[in-house]
Every structure is written in C-alpha cells, then in structure tokens.
Write a protein that binds this ligand. Structure first.
Ligand code: PAF
Length: 276
C-alpha cells in the first residue's frame, strides 16, 4: 500500500495504477461504515484508493475541526488489511496552498437541511470532493447514504461539472442497536449513547406509521419530535420529510421521500435518515 501526501506523487501513482480505480473519500477515524465502502471499492476495481483528509472548509467556525477525531496509524492498519493500494493523505497546505481562492457554489440542493443549519458546509464539501475527484480521477467514487444530502450534492456536482466518475451510494451501516455509525459517536458518553438511539427509533416510528397508511407529513414529524424530546439530553435541529430527489419539504407523502433529522445529544450533533 502506497501512502501519498502530494498531488504530484498521486498523479504519478495514478498513471501507473491499473484501471478501473475506485476511490473512497474519508476524513479518517475509520469505522465499519467506511470499511464497508472500502471493501466494495476493493471488490469492484483493479485499484482501490482511499483519501484521508479532515477538510477544514466544511467546518463552521464554532464546529469541531480542531477536535475532530484522528488516528492515522490505526486507519492505515485497517486499510492495509483491507488490501487498499493507494492512500492519499495530504496535509492541509497541499489541498489549500497559500492563495487558494476558488470554491464551488452549490445550488438549491445544498441550501436546505444541513445547508440551513451549517452555513458554508456544502461549499466546503463540494470544493474538496471536486478537488479529490480531479486529483484521483476515479472511475467510481463511494459515499455512504448516512450523509444523504451530501450524496445528492456530490451527484449534482459530478453531473454538472462533468467530473466523469460513477458515484456509488452505499447503505448506512448501523450498530446492533440501530445507531448509525459515525466518527462523532466517539464523543458520546454511555448515557448520551442511549439517548442517541431515539434518532433511529424515530425513523422506525415514521416508517411504521407510513406503512400503516399515514401520509400526512406534519403528523409524522410531530410523532417523531415527541419521541425524541422524551430525552432531556436531546435537542432537535430539524426533522424533515422531503422529496427524495430535490429535498423540498412535503405536506403529503405521495412520492419517494427522504426522512432525515439532525439532533444534538448533549454537545454532539448527529444525523440520520431513511428513504420511504
Ligand atoms: O463524508 C465525509 O467524510 C466528508 O464529507 C468527505 C466526503 C470525505 C469530504 O470531506
């Protein structure tokens, strides 16, 4: 496995790599969710590449960029064991050298939900994903459905800017109790982790209500809200039931819908979703 820190060295490795090449973009601190993407990239491509880069431009000023969990040694051991060929792990100055001043202006799909609550987040995500897809030039790039809106933003970006990769979306990986895997779960105390189960619980409730014929979105949102606020540790940023393609909020569920939510459990902000 080659661990590469510079764009120039990656271009060289790309030239020598067998194609097709699959890329899993990550911010490191790899868990089973990431590793599922990595195994799929390994299985479907002649060359499997992973990027590890905690991207400063997608964090707001009061967010956790400085404290975001990092463990490069453990990440590299996992990737080696999974048979990854290339790891791109650039320092911040390699991705954003002095004078860097070009950003991707994400359209309407990035304005709602996470975009509304995390100003500039998708501008940062789209900019770094555009750079990664341009540097690595993967035939396929793998993303997790847990970040549902990110998946839509990346697909839009890839299509609109003709980046030329196939964007592969993989299902959310959950712990046995249903909590969606996330690097940020490490912030949760035992009691907070228990409270965090209400995210998946409320999504299950929504699915159940819908499967029993409920189509009124506001009534489902209200039931979800009631379940989550049973825990004094939980504070809701949003609960959304939206058109799964364009994220416009629905009154009546009469088409494929993305049910998504962002909830703070203590100081930790968690997101989760299902499509119905
Ligand atoms: O999902 C993530 O880990 C990040 O948003 C990504 C796609 C690696 C871009 O920094």
């Amino acid at each position: 496995m080659q661990v590469i820190e510079s764009v120039a060295a990656f271009r060289q490795a790309y030239a020598e790599a067998e194609k097709p090449l699959g890329l899993v973009p990550t911010m490191g601190f790899l868990h089973e969710g990431h590793m599922t993407l990595v195994r799929r990239a390994r299985a479907e491509n002649a060359t499997a590449a992973v990027s590890i880069f905690v991207n400063p431009t997608q964090f707001g000023p009061s967010e956790d960029f400085a404290t975001y969990p990092r463990d490069m040694d453990s990440d590299l051991a996992k990737l080696r064991e999974a048979g990854v060929d290339l790891v791109l792990a650039p320092p911040v100055e390699e991705v954003y050298p002095p004078g860097f001043d070009t950003y991707i202006d994400v359209g309407r799909i990035g304005e709602r939900l996470e975009g509304e609550h995390r100003a500039g987040h998708f501008r940062g995500v789209a900019t770094v994903v555009c750079k990664l897809l341009t540097i690595v030039r993967p035939n396929r790039a793998y993303f997790g459905q847990k970040d549902a809106q990110q998946c839509l933003v990346v697909k839009r970006l890839n299509d609109d800017l003709n980046l030329g990769s196939e964007i592969v979306i993989c299902p959310t990986v959950r712990d046995t109790d249903g909590l969606a895997l996330s690097s940020r779960n490490v912030y949760l105390s035992a009691v907070e982790r228990e409270a965090a189960l209400s995210l998946y619980g409320s999504l299950n409730l929504a699915q159940d209500l819908h499967s029993r014929g409920e189509t009124d979105a506001s009534s489902i949102r209200q039931r979800m809200r009631r379940l989550i606020t049973e825990s004094p540790l939980a504070s809701i940023d949003y609960i959304s039931i939206a058109d799964a393609d364009n994220l416009t909020e629905l009154d009546i569920i009469d088409r494929p819908a993305l049910i998504s939510l962002a909830v703070r459990i203590g100081k930790t902000r968690l997101i989760d979703n299902v499509i119905i």
